[in-house]
Design a protein around this ligand. Structure first.
Ligand code: FMN
Ligand code: SF4
Ligand code: SF4
Length: 415
């Protein structure tokens, strides 16, 4: 609500609280605006009003669910570029239209705090898929979530694409299943598992989708969300996620590898070009505070979840993916350096060739793993140091695909 919901004056109900003692029973407070003091404290929660229709992509009035079985809905969401937030808001809008008292929490704002959960409330979790996993922030949140018996739904947004009139789906991998299992172990009952293919935001890999494609996909997803919400609120299970299970299982071996790789390698592909004017917006907006200032320039730490918000929100388009540099450093990290180390070891007297043969696989993997980490860490530090020199910055920028004009940035409209 701080950085994600700038236009909050239209919201009718805001719940304000000062402490996060557990358990907590929220009390709605009717106000028309939020004071800057409350914004500063991040202590307000958002109760989606029944009459609010401004959050729809096309501003359509949603059809309310018939005879909802729940009186309360609590949605937790994490979002990088706005897709999961759109899902959370759309669901809240439909629920609100049906008179269901709905609260939407932004996980990035809640951080370690936990709101009280009324026993009869339906709980929802909306989050993006990252490398066939749920976003790390969501997993941490669910991991620390208290035990309960409520019904829950999970909705993971995936990389939707458009080809002609086709809406192409992404692949979720473990994204739905791991948090669903965690919640099951905590005693919750699964009422909904739904992937949703909103526009892909992975612009380090591909240019952002065109406006036409984004509008097409968003409109379809909004209709899906309306149907989903109406059905789930009437107490019927929505388990579309099960259709994807075979494919999800097939890609699941890649998911743990990405979880590691994403954290320790992808964060080190971002840099600020010489267009950066040090406005600090990326630092302020990062949902996990992963960017800090080092030598007067933004520096991406290992906390980065590659959610893509910074890159897509920088008003100067100054954040780029260092494709050329990353290929070079990964080649050194995972090929040249470990090969050189193993060759040196093989020439050394105290390591016999028999020992090398027996443990060759283990030795190779350990060496690649360790040198990979070390080379990437120092490589990025060195890059960051040299980026202060304009001509080096120009070369690194020149070797990046994201610098091209046609390489669109992406973020979902804020409703
Ligand atoms: C680093 C990264 C990894 C991603 N991995 C996947 C993936 O494995 N499968 C998929 O369908 N989409 C993947 N996506 C696409 C996002 O999940 C998708 O665009 C999502 O809707 C973004 O939601 P958000 O705007 O709420 O962050 C990935 C995106 C990023 C940035
Ligand atoms: S938002 Fe862009 S211009 Fe501002 S500090 Fe970050 S990279 Fe630089
Ligand atoms: S640094 Fe950028 S990509 Fe990484 S988590 Fe923060 S906003 Fe997302």
């Amino acid at each position: 609500m701080t950085e994600y919901f700038p236009g909050i004056a239209h919201l009718h109900f805001i719940m304000v609280r000062d402490s996060y003692s557990w358990p907590y029973t929220p009390v709605p407070v009717t106000i028309t605006n939020v004071s800057p003091a409350n914004k500063m404290k991040n202590t307000y929660l958002w109760l989606e009003p029944a009459t609010n229709t401004t959050i729809s992509h096309k501003n359509r009035k949603p059809m309310p669910p018939e005879k909802p079985q729940y009186t309360r809905l609590i949605i937790f969401y994490f979002s990088g570029t706005g897709n999961a937030r759109l899902a959370a808001r759309k669901i809240a809008e439909v629920a609100g239209a049906g008179g269901v008292e709905t609260v939407v929490y932004n996980i990035a704002v809640l951080k370690r705090d936990r709101p009280g959960i009324p026993q009869n409330a339906l709980l929802g979790f909306c989050f993006p898929t990252h490398g066939f996993n749920a976003a790390p922030s969501l997993l941490n949140f669910v991991f620390r979530f208290p035990k309960g018996k409520n019904r829950v739904f999970l909705l993971n947004t995936r990389a939707g694409l458009k080809a002609g009139k086709l809406h192409i789906a992404g692949i979720g991998g473990l994204a739905l299943w791991v948090p669903a299992l965690m919640l099951l172990f905590k005693g919750y009952r699964i009422a909904g598992l739904r992937p949703l293919d909103l526009p892909s935001n992975w612009i380090s890999l591909h240019p952002g989708l065109t406006k036409n494609a984004v509008d097409f996909i968003a409109a379809r997803c909004e209709r899906t969300l309306e149907k989903f919400t109406r059905r789930i609120l009437t107490g019927k299970p929505v388990l579309n996620g099960l259709y994807w299970l075979p494919l999800d299982i097939a890609v699941s071996p890649i998911a743990p590898a990405y979880y590691f790789f994403g954290r320790y390698a992808l964060a080190k592909t971002f840099f600020a070009s010489s267009e950066c004017n040090n406005c600090g917006l990326c630092i302020k907006n990062c949902p996990v505070q992963a960017i800090k200032t080092v030598d007067d320039r933004p520096y991406w730490t290992y906390d980065c979840e590659s959610c893509m918000r910074c890159m897509n929100h920088c008003s100067r388009r100054a954040i780029e993916t260092a494709h050329g540099f990353s290929f070079l450093i990964w080649w050194l990290a995972f090929s040249v350096v470990p090969a050189a180390i193993l060759k040196a070891l093989a020439n050394h007297d105290f390591i016999t060739s028999a020992l090398l043969r027996e443990y060759s696989g283990l030795l190779f993997n350990t060496t690649v793993f360790l040198t990979g980490l070390i080379v990437i860490f120092f490589g990025y530090r060195i890059l960051h140091f040299f980026l202060r020199y304009r001509w080096i910055n120009k070369i690194v920028t020149f070797s990046s695909f994201t610098r091209f004009k046609f390489w669109n940035r992406y973020r979902m409209k804020e409703g």
